[in-house]
Design a protein around this ligand. Structure first.
Ligand SMILES: *[C@@H]1O[C@H](CO)[C@@H](O)[C@H](O)[C@H]1NC(C)=O
Ligand SMILES: *[C@@H]1O[C@H](CO)[C@@H](O)[C@H](O)[C@H]1NC(C)=O
Ligand SMILES: *[C@@H]1O[C@H](CO)[C@@H](O)[C@H](O)[C@H]1NC(C)=O
Length: 195
């Protein structure tokens, strides 16, 4: 009897702890699939609008290309637009037009030729930032890039870190293109709403 009492007390203590902790964590313990949440509870205050400006370096030539073709159509010569090719990129994003200027992030993802009668790329990529407070935050781009137009606009469909709930658009302007190698520097202006 005297031996089982502390055991019982222990069991009760554990039960109380478990029940009270489950009261503190209603989301995880009650098996509740969804619930309404206020912006305040999430710590979301005013929505901000930010403008980001950087240069994108698409390096397809040399020993260390940052853009690599990973697939193309078997009948690739049937189209002057390279319809069907897929390129995987990990392109540096810099503050200035010179590749040696400060690195602010990388563009990681895929572009693919998605138009048969003109050069129109499907862009599916993430900008992964490394600069200052944006370090580790990302923006996701899903859009169409008609590379020979002066200005191309692509939607920002989301983001992470500082860019949670992001939406907006990116405008691209080709600054330099080496017609021999295919290397290009593209200026980006990004306008994005986020918290
Ligand atoms: C593609 O190139 C091959 C080899 O040069 C040629 O035989 C074929 O006719 C070409 N196809 C088209 C659709 O131009
Ligand atoms: C880029 O920067 C490097 C090193 O600072 C310099 O040598 C080069 O001339 C610059 N290129 C351009 C196009 O300004
Ligand atoms: C960005 O964050 C990574 C990982 O936390 C860290 O190693 C790196 O030094 C940071 N870079 C800058 C420029 O703050």
């Amino acid at each position: 009897m005297a031996k089982t009492l502390p055991k019982l007390a222990f069991t009760i203590l554990i039960t109380i702890l478990f029940v009270s902790s489950s009261l503190l964590l209603p989301i995880t313990c009650q098996g509740q699939f969804s619930r309404k949440l206020s912006k305040k509870e999430m710590g979301l205050k005013r929505e901000k609008l930010s403008h980001l400006h950087f240069y994108f370096h698409d390096i397809v030539s040399g020993k260390n290309p940052t853009a690599i073709q990973v697939a193309r159509a078997a009948t690739t010569n049937s189209s002057a637009t390279g319809f069907g090719f897929v390129v995987m990129i990990d392109d540096p994003l810099t503050e200035g037009p010179n590749l040696s200027s400060k690195l602010v992030g990388r563009a990681q993802g895929i572009y693919a030729s998605a138009a048969q009668n003109e050069v129109g790329l499907l862009m599916v990529l993430n900008y992964v930032f490394v600069e200052g407070k944006y370090n580790g935050s990302t923006l996701s781009i899903l859009g169409r890039n008609s590379v020979f137009s002066t200005v191309r606009e692509m939607p920002i469909v989301g983001g992470s870190g500082l860019f949670r709930f992001a939406r907006g658009y990116a405008q691209a302007r080709t600054r330099t293109i080496d017609l021999k190698t295919g290397d290009a520097v593209v200026e980006y202006n990004v306008y994005v709403f986020h918290y």
